[in-house]
Design a protein around this ligand. Structure first.
Ligand SMILES: [Cu+2]
Length: 317
């Protein structure tokens, strides 16, 4: 009797799992995640990203959310169906279906399958994003320090390569990282003091910058010109929040001109001027230098004293 009454839900569940699996595989296999993401505000991501690598991560994210929603709607549906179908009708004890082995196996196997599928696609995307090519088109060494950035354009890969041009950030000028679209760019990271983290939200990617011998490297191929804010994403001290930079993605022709100007001794702002950015455009447009001078109103103590004075007697500390 117990087996008979549980037969229908099990069939429904099996059918649902099968359907979910097919949908999940189709979506993760790369059918149009873009359109769905657009329609639902990218499900929390800042957008599709500006590099080939970020598009892969974006597709994985959208497909994973959709897979989760499919499972979610299925489970919510079953819950509401049970609540209504099996609501209390009298004092008689309902049919007990515990120790139903097929059910128990299904409960165990289904989540394992879902995790395995998600793991499989995550591993593929991660391998792709972490892949380093033998001969990148550009190599940039990112040097982080308290509390700014230096970008060194290099003539090869590894610590033995030479720096051919450099941009150093200061408290007055936000450093610009000018890079070409459509080329394989290797970023090599090193820090002068503590651990920082290189983060351009639009790349949908960040990577820690370590001091010492650890030289983290990754590659991006940008596919959208524009200007994008970059930040330090690892709490590194008092002025951590001031560690901003700007990624300027330009055409390869403009990049070559920019680099030639830098090699000839031009400042980054002058070199920006030579490739068509004038006036305020020579400087960062997505962020601005912070005021590094501490002032009275930026100290919490001032407020603490003011509010402390208004605490009624006996209200405690
Ligand atoms: Cu930092």
């Amino acid at each position: 009797m117990g087996v008979k009454s549980s037969a229908r839900p099990r069939t429904v569940r099996l059918a649902g799992v099968g359907l979910g699996g097919v949908l999940l595989s189709t979506l993760l296999a790369g059918c149009s995640a873009d359109g769905i993401g657009d329609a639902f505000g990218h499900f929390g991501f800042p957008g599709k990203g500006i590099s080939l690598q970020s598009h892969r991560m974006y597709d994985l994210w959208i497909a994973s959310v959709i897979a989760a929603l499919i499972v979610g709607f299925f489970v919510w549906g079953l819950i509401f169906w049970c609540v209504i179908r099996y609501r209390k009708r009298g004092d008689e004890l309902p049919v007990q279906t515990r120790f139903n082995m097929p059910m128990e196996v299904l409960y165990t196997v289904t989540p394992v399958l879902i995790v395995a599928v998600l793991f499989y696609y995550t591993a593929i995307v991660q391998t792709n994003v972490d892949k380093l090519s033998k001969n990148p088109d550009q190599v940039v060494e990112v040097v982080a320090f308290k509390w700014n950035w230096q970008f060194n354009y290099r003539d090869g890969v590894g610590p033995q390569a030479r720096t051919v041009a450099s941009t150093l950030g200061s408290s007055d000028v936000v450093p610009l990282l000018v890079l070409p679209v459509g080329e394989k760019i290797r970023i090599e990271e090193t820090s002068r003091d503590v651990i920082h983290s290189f983060w351009v939200p639009e790349l949908l990617f960040k990577r820690d910058v370590f001091p010492g011998n650890i030289r983290n490297a990754f590659e991006v191929t940008l596919d959208k010109e524009g200007r994008y804010v970059g930040r330090c994403a690892e709490l590194c001290g008092t002025y951590h929040a001031f560690m901003q930079f700007e990624l300027v993605a330009v055409s390869p022709q403009k990049f070559d001109q920019f680099l030639a100007a830098k090699k000839a001794g031009a400042s980054t702002q002058d070199a920006m001027g030579q490739i068509g950015f004038t006036g305020a455009q020579e400087y960062a447009v997505t962020t601005q230098p912070f005021n590094t001078r501490r002032q009275n109103h930026s100290w919490n103590q001032t407020n603490a004293v003011a509010s402390g004075a208004s605490v009624p007697a006996g209200a405690g500390q």
